[in-house]
Design a protein. Structure first.
Lengths: 411, 109
């Protein structure tokens, strides 16, 4: 039940997510299995069954019910957790919006996978991106340790009275969920210093179940009422949560000694970089190796890990654009019909609009449906950025202004 | 204001009154109060009318009324608050001696 000493465990990304829920003293878990997430809730069921974790474990008949039951549990004033992926998240979608609209600090990990049809279960962030406008904070983890740490930080951010919104912590299916790495599991005394206290019997400040203080939520508001204003408030708090995210990352580093940049983004060798590649999830970490190898060859390149997609770190993207001449923005997701075809690159372009900065943004899409992205390929992406900077020449075979890198050419 | 609402039932104002979005609670909430949805008697098409001659004071209408608009009088009979009665007709349906008749509102104009 308790973790007295720090431990280094050789575990998969999914198990790291389960350990994070245990470390965060989650009280209610609702679960429905889906590949590649299943191991998260399986591991948690073991923790609960063995008495290692004093939590309620609810087995339900669908993902829609997962979130519905977590909403109920959270309204009752408990710390809640679940995990899902791909189609499961899509099926859950209605309740995903309800959770944010009710301003509940639910945390859910997503072992991201490609959306069907055709069936696909491998790394692709289109599932979590599809919930872009639901009102959930959205973070990406790039390593096994970051899954664990990201969940811990998520509770601290979400339960802040100034935020009170749910959060996704997403990581690539299989590439992180099913591979094994050493992960530091933190001891209780340190966790206690970092995590907010569990909600008491009074529940959350804004919603509770208490016969002495009866209230109803989720009722109808006419167009002349404050519906518009309540929606606007979600955006307002989401924007304001950026400083809480930064503060949390700083505090996390102080207590646990692991740095995640400013919480919103994490830069790698950007100080003297001439071109930069922005990535989400595991590819961001792999890009650091590409940077190291290219720097040995004498190229001044840098990498940026976008940790948060929601709220979107507009200011940070502008600052990166001020430093470099060309930015490649890599999406491991598709946003059909959007300006660039990828969600992150569209946002980056929009961030620079009206700033007068003439940094070129090259939208790149790669790794869709778990397609292998090698370090070599990422080095080539960097080299294309360098060529674009030196000659102004765009890569060949761009499709609708975007480089769809790694599409098959069968000879 | 919403912090007072969260604190205790007794300290709550009769109506929530917010001037702008900055004053709003994180979520829209409503709490039990008299006529919080306005004067819902306006919705009524049929009006339940109690015939005191047939009434046995059993209290079924009072128990079944989903809106809590039927009150017990001192003389043991029941009265209906027509300002809030929506005219659903459950009381008339449940009355074991058929002492409640649903009459068209137009008959009273």
């Amino acid at each position: 039940m308790s973790q007295k000493e720090q431990e280094i465990k050789f575990i998969s990304g999914n198990v790291a997510a389960a350990y994070a829920a245990r470390s965060a003293k989650v009280q209610v878990i609702s679960a429905y299995p889906i590949t590649p997430q299943t191991v998260v809730v399986e591991k948690l069921s073991e923790f609960v069954d063995s008495g290692d974790m004093p939590a309620q474990y609810i087995k339900v008949e669908s993902e829609h019910s997962v979130m519905a039951s977590l909403i109920g549990a959270s309204i009752a004033g408990t710390r809640t957790f679940s995990a899902t992926a791909g189609q499961g998240l899509l099926y859950m979608s209605e309740m995903v919006h309800w959770a944010a609209g009710t301003r509940l600090p639910i945390v859910m990990t997503i072992a991201s996978r490609g959306i069907a049809p055709p069936w696909n279960i491998w790394a692709d962030f289109t599932d979590v991106i599809s919930q872009r406008d639901a009102g959930w904070l959205t973070a990406f983890a790039s390593s096994h340790q970051e899954i664990y740490d990201g969940v811990l930080m998520a509770y601290k951010i979400c339960e802040n009275e100034e935020v009170l919104l749910p959060m996704f912590v997403a990581y690539g299916g299989f590439v992180l969920s099913h591979t094994f790495k050493p992960v530091i599991i933190e001891p209780d005394d340190k966790l206690e210093k970092f995590l907010p206290p569990l909600p008491d019997e009074k529940g959350w400040p804004h919603i509770f179940i208490d016969p002495e203080r009866p209230m109803m939520h989720g009722n109808l508001i006419m167009p002349s009422g404050f519906y518009y204003e309540f929606r606007m408030k979600i955006h307002d708090e989401m924007m304001k949560s950026m400083h809480i995210i930064k503060q949390t990352a700083l505090e996390f580093e102080k207590i646990f000694g692991r740095s995640y940049g400013n919480g919103l983004i994490q830069e790698y060798k950007m100080d003297d970089a001439e071109v930069a590649l922005i990535n989400i999830g595991g590819l961001a970490l792999q890009a650091e190796q590409a940077v190291d190898e290219l720097r040995q060859e004498g190229y001044k390149v840098g990498s940026v890990k976008l940790r948060h997609f929601r709220p979107f770190p507009t200011e940070e993207i502008i600052n990166i654009a001020k430093k470099v001449d060309v930015i490649g923005v890599v999406d491991r997701d598709t946003a059909f019909g959007s300006p660039t075809g990828g969600a992150v690159s569209s946002e980056c372009k929009s961030a620079l609009h009206g700033t007068g900065i003439d940094t070129i943004i090259l939208p790149i899409i790669t790794g869709i449906g778990g397609r292998e992205v090698s370090v070599e390929q990422q080095k080539e992406e960097f080299k294309k950025l360098i060529k674009l900077k030196e000659t102004g020449e765009l890569p060949k075979d761009m499709i609708h202004g975007t480089l769809w890198d790694g599409i098959l050419e069968v000879k | 204001m919403w912090k007072i609402i969260a604190e205790s039932k007794d300290k709550r104002p009769k109506l929530q009154n917010y001037k702008n979005w900055k004053e709003l609670p994180p979520i829209p909430i409503s709490f039990p109060c008299y006529g919080s949805m306005g004067e819902t008697g306006d919705w009524r098409v049929f009006r339940p009318v109690i015939d005191k001659k047939k009434c046995t004071k059993c209290g079924f209408c009072w128990m079944y009324c989903p809106e809590g608009v039927i009150q017990k009088s001192e003389d043991g009979f029941f009265t209906i608050d027509y300002v809030y009665c929506k005219g659903c007709g459950i009381c008339a349906k449940e009355c074991p001696v058929k002492a409640i008749e649903m009459k068209r509102e137009s008959e009273f104009e």
